[in-house]
Design a protein around this ligand. Structure first.
Ligand code: P6P
Length: 336
């Protein structure tokens, strides 16, 4: 992977498309489509307080969560932008009950890629001006080109992803992605609408001193998770660690990747399988984590080895600095 200081995202894609093991031209078009949609959504997120786009859309999604107006806006923008570029044969979204078949103009279904997205993760934070994100995951279809896309094309294990990334709409807007050859971060210059390579070759520090979990749910957690949290809080060596939890996966992940840390969303007696969705939250973040020298596990299994069984399935999720995830694993295994 070539990195040149202040390279634009467009230049970076062109210079590195040969490292992409599939037809690079289409991937470039895909990433460019995501870049365009990210700018449009960023524009709305940044002025959300000024226009009637805050608050609930009056609908609920398949998760039973109130759809925020910005959720619906972001979902439409990413779907329409991806659908219009003749590279995607199907899209699945947190905001859509079922996957969407993209009929290429000539109906020959020649497009080879499927995209899974969480268009606005952490969207309940928008109304309180806390950063949110978009998460995307890209696979090649597994059913024959020339036939309509099927659910099988979406239920692939995360280890089959060809690209994944996120947009974080924070104090600055960044696009962070991988195509399997490291993780690179691009910061948007809003004055000219261009993303510049600001964080080449992002890596999780092997150790960290930040743990991210919703401690309000502590009493519902598995004993191994409780023991690990108490370990983080002990006055020993470089502990107690710092507790940082924004309530926005992309933001917590991004901070922990830069500073070192672990993010945890365990299953509990209340949420038997955890809360985060395997296909469009955990798998893309797991791909990024491993490409950045980190780890991502469901507690017993590497996240990217889990064979999905349904589009919106949830899994427990632990992700971040290698040595922190391994230490957590030790506590979990005491009770297996
Ligand atoms: P809780 C946002 O809804 C999200 O999917 C993640 O972005 C975030 O980390 C988590 O859920 C927050 O969930 O239950 O702690 O409010």
């Amino acid at each position: 992977m070539q990195h040149k200081k202040n390279q634009t995202l467009g230049e970076f894609i062109i210079e590195n498309q040969d490292s992409f093991q599939y037809s690079s031209g289409e991937l470039s078009k895909l990433i460019n489509a995501i870049r365009l949609a990210a700018k449009v959504v960023n524009h709305e997120v940044n002025k959300a307080g000024l226009v009637d786009i805050l608050g609930k859309a009056g609908e609920t999604n398949i998760q039973g969560e109130d759809q925020q107006k910005l959720d619906v806006f972001a979902n439409e923008k990413f779907i329409n932008t991806l659908a219009n570029r003749e590279i995607v044969c199907g899209i699945a979204s947190e905001e859509e009950d079922d996957f969407i078949t993209i009929n290429s103009n000539d109906e020959r279904h020649q497009n080879k890629y499927v995209v899974l997205i969480d268009p606005l993760d952490g969207s309940s934070n928008v109304d309180v001006n806390v950063s949110v994100g978009t998460i995307f995951s890209i696979y090649r279809r597994v059913t024959p080109v020339g036939t309509p896309v099927t659910l099988e094309d979406f239920l692939q294990p995360g280890n089959q992803q060809v690209a994944a990334g996120y947009v974080v709409y924070g104090t600055s807007t960044m696009l962070v992605y991988t195509t399997g050859d490291g993780v690179n971060g691009f910061t948007l210059n809003p004055a000219i609408g261009t993303f510049y390579l600001s964080h080449p070759n992002m890596q999780f520090p092997e150790d960290g001193t930040i743990y991210s979990v919703n401690e309000g749910k502590y009493r519902h957690f598995h004993q191994g998770v409780k023991d690990y949290i108490k370990y983080c809080q002990e006055e020993v060596g470089d502990r107690p660690y710092t507790s940082r939890y924004i309530g926005s996966l992309v933001s917590d992940f991004h901070r922990n990747m830069i500073k070192g840390g672990i993010y945890m969303y365990p299953k509990s007696s209340v949420t038997q399988e955890g809360k985060l969705r395997l296909l469009y939250e955990c798998n893309p973040m797991a791909f990024l984590a491993e490409q950045a020298n980190g780890l991502a596990t469901g507690g017993r299994t590497r996240i990217m080895d889990i064979k999905p069984t349904e589009l919106h399935q949830r899994v427990p999720f632990f992700c971040g600095s290698k040595n922190m995830v391994n230490k957590l694993q030790e506590f979990l295994e005491k009770y297996h």
